[in-house]
Design a protein around this ligand. Structure first.
Ligand code: PRX
Length: 664
């Protein structure tokens, strides 16, 4: 472990605001009080076999498991020798219980029709079963067998959900690639996963324009000859080239296929999907999730975190993620459908046709549970409250966030402007690798505090430790670890055993290490201080980049901030802040005065070690297409280095060029 991964975070964000769940909400919740949470959590970690068996028994099994867990660090087998099918549990189980005519999935298109209204489609469980079974038969007819990896590269259309459920139905692991990725990314993933079939669209709508998905696939397939079949769903009617023998239209294959395809009984540990996630460096890791454990964990966490109520006719859940990310896999499709709650899928961007689109969707679709990302929330803050105020958001009951730490000021805005101070906020910490929620408030039980992801999920044994694996004291920074196996834990990195062990199991002996720094406060709430590699050592003190960012964002003038370290002659490292202002960027003396004011403000919040040495104003931050700030690029810019790094995952390269040109 390097010295800047050591254990103390000496600058600490002070946060004393506390928000207990509204009493009326708590009364009707699955978990109603902190005491109930604590008792259940204790039982779940002390006797995990009994606890997880109870949860699993709520689902359908062709054959019951022999043992709940076989643990041979780092290899877990959950629900050993059980036979189940996740697609069956998301669809057929509900039909068998008499809910076939209930709405399972609502889809809303991005582009307005001529009369200004939007395309909306509703699928009942019966509809989904028919569509999924038909497409499952299409896949079989193209030679796809149990165990074959199917690559999916589509926009947010219902057929994406149908395709993934069809794969799960026949036991073909899917490998979904986010529609914003390039030809190279497709080629790399197809090769790594040895996948011979791709399902794509002609194009996908993004801010009113078609993204040429099929063209990207064609470009990728110039670099590999592994793929034998490409199935193309027609969405945008943009021009595409169809290669005879290889490329087929979805609607042509679909029209002759039977809609009878019984779900395949899968072994609990059969591979369900691969999902690639970028490490901080190097080639993407194909994270493997298997059938039963992933199913049970996403089922339970969806139910508890969002307090899902299948029998409430008003329930309408919306997660704004793309299905190309783990959030979409777990919390648009599998976990939500398994709970028999309608899931809303929105096709496009938050600012099309206007910056109030999300609030318009919530009002029209009467969304009750809403799940989005801090980066989106900060953007909405920047766009201003007037877009929100045009809409009636009174249907909302729970607000969720995921993807990065949420700054307390963004949390407060979410609470006040979106939740009208009446919706519990669930700040969910988890990863592609964990499959489902790991640290989160439960909306009826947890007193939340802005910026903290609060408590371990039921069934999760999380702690903050030093490099020897010993728990550190209250408010002492350290390494976040998970000490016991959980059902939806990754089973490995596809084709790379060594990297699996190296990345997750070798930092702290005997424990899963997600590479996030954290601390636990006096109330037992967890605070993520940033990636371990994002901690900056300034004059021997650890500064969590996130804490400086939150301090900056708590200043009235600041909308968003990203903080990185840069080499400093005296202190070892200095703190550089890239700041997006709420208003126009000032020039000359005015800019200097604002920089001074911000420095003073941060010093007031965090003490002198946290104060930035460099502040740069910018109109935007370099982000990956999934919205993560690319700190490694900012580190180079702050250090005055030439940008030699790979910038292919960047959403907009011009931002980097402008920052470089602007200088320090
Ligand atoms: O650093 C943590 C951050 O995102 C990482 C996982 O990224 P990914 O695999 O892309 O999954 C994102 C969606 C689950 C974590 O290691 N992260 C995610 N959620 C939070 C978070 N950091 C702080 N608070 C969160 N709620």
């Amino acid at each position: 472990m390097s010295s800047n991964e050591s254990a103390t975070t000496e600058s600490m964000l002070q946060e004393s605001r506390r928000f207990p769940p509204p009493a009326a909400f708590a009364e009707q919740a699955h978990i109603k009080s902190p005491e109930e949470y604590a008792a259940l959590h204790k039982r779940s970690v002390e006797d995990p076999d009994a606890f997880w068996a109870e949860v699993a028994a709520e689902l359908h099994w062709f054959d019951k498991w022999d043992r709940v867990l076989e643990w041979n660090l780092p290899d877990a087998k959950w629900f050993v020798n059980g036979k189940t099918n996740l697609c069956f549990n998301c669809i057929d189980r509900h039909i068998e219980a008499g809910h076939g005519d209930k709405v399972a999935l609502v889809w809303e298109g991005e582009v307005p029709k001529d009369d200004g209204s939007f395309e909306i489609e509703r699928y009942t469980y019966n509809d989904l079963k028919r569509e999924v079974s038909t497409f499952a038969n299409v896949l079989k007819a193209r030679g796809v067998k149990k165990g074959d990896v199917v690559t999916i590269y589509m926009g947010m259309v219902p057929q994406l959900a149908i395709a993934m459920l069809a794969c799960a139905r026949i036991g073909a692991p899917h490998s979904i690639i986010f529609g914003g990725f390039s030809a190279q990314a497709i080629c790399d993933r197809v090769e790594d996963g040895q996948s011979e079939i791709i399902i794509t669209c002609d194009g996908s709508w993004r801010r009113g324009k078609p993204v040429p998905l099929k063209q990207n696939v064609d470009d990728a397939l110039k670099m590999t000859d592994r793929v034998k079949n490409v199935i193309v769903y027609r969405r945008c009617n943009n021009d595409v080239q169809m290669q005879a023998g290889r490329d087929h239209w979805w609607h042509e294959l679909d029209k002759d296929a039977s809609d009878d395809c019984p779900a395949e009984p899968m072994d609990s540990e059969d591979l369900l999907f691969i999902l690639y996630t970028s490490g901080s460096t190097g080639k993407p890791k194909g994270i493997m999730h298997t059938t039963a454990g992933y199913m049970v964990h996403t089922y339970l966490t969806s139910k508890l975190t969002f307090d899902l109520k299948p029998d409430d006719p008003d329930e309408m859940y919306w997660c704004t993620a793309d299905i190309g990310w783990i959030t979409g896999h777990s919390y648009i499709i599998y976990g939500i459908l398994a709970n028999r709650v309608p899931t809303l899928m929105y096709e496009g961007g938050p600012n099309f046709p206007a910056e109030d689109r999300f609030w318009d969707v919530i009002e029209r679709q009467k969304v009750t549970k809403f799940y989005t990302a801090p980066t989106a929330i900060r953007t909405f803050m920047k766009w201003g409250d007037s877009h929100v105020e045009k809409h009636d958001l009174s249907s909302l009951k729970v607000l969720g966030t995921v993807g990065e730490p949420i700054n307390p000021e963004a949390w407060m805005w979410y609470h006040r402007v979106i939740g009208k101070e009446n919706c519990p906020i669930v700040d969910t910490w988890w990863q592609t690798e964990t499959g489902g929620h790991m640290l989160t408030p439960l909306p009826g039980a947890t007193t939340t505090t802005p910026g903290s992801c609060c408590k371990p999920m039921i069934g999760i044994d999380a702690a903050v430790v030093n490099s020897e694996g010993e728990e550190v004291g209250t408010n002492e920074g350290g390494i976040l670890v998970i000490r016991k196996p959980w059902p939806s834990m990754l089973r490995g990195i596809y084709g790379d055993r060594e990297r699996f062990i190296d990345t997750y199991w070798s930092k702290v002996e005997g424990m899963y290490c997600p590479a996030d720094g954290a601390r636990v406060d006096e109330d037992g709430n967890f605070w993520i201080t940033g990636r371990i590699d994002d901690v900056i050592l300034v004059a021997g003190h650890n500064i969590g980049t996130m804490e400086v960012e939150s301090a900056l964002v708590s200043h009235d003038a600041v909308a968003e901030a990203a903080v990185v370290g840069f080499p400093h002659d005296v202190k070892g490292n200095g703190v550089a802040a890239f700041v997006i202002l709420r208003g126009a960027i000032p020039q000359g003396d005015e800019a200097d005065a604002l920089k001074k004011a911000l420095t003073k403000h941060v010093r007031g919040e965090l003490g002198p070690i946290g104060q930035p040495d460099q502040i740069r104003f910018t109109e935007a931050l370099p982000k990956t297409r999934s919205g993560k700030i690319m700190r490694r690029l900012l580190r180079d810019i702050a250090a005055g280095n030439e940008i030699k790094q790979d910038t292919t995952t960047l959403e907009d390269r011009t931002i980097v060029d402008k920052l470089v040109a602007q200088g320090g």
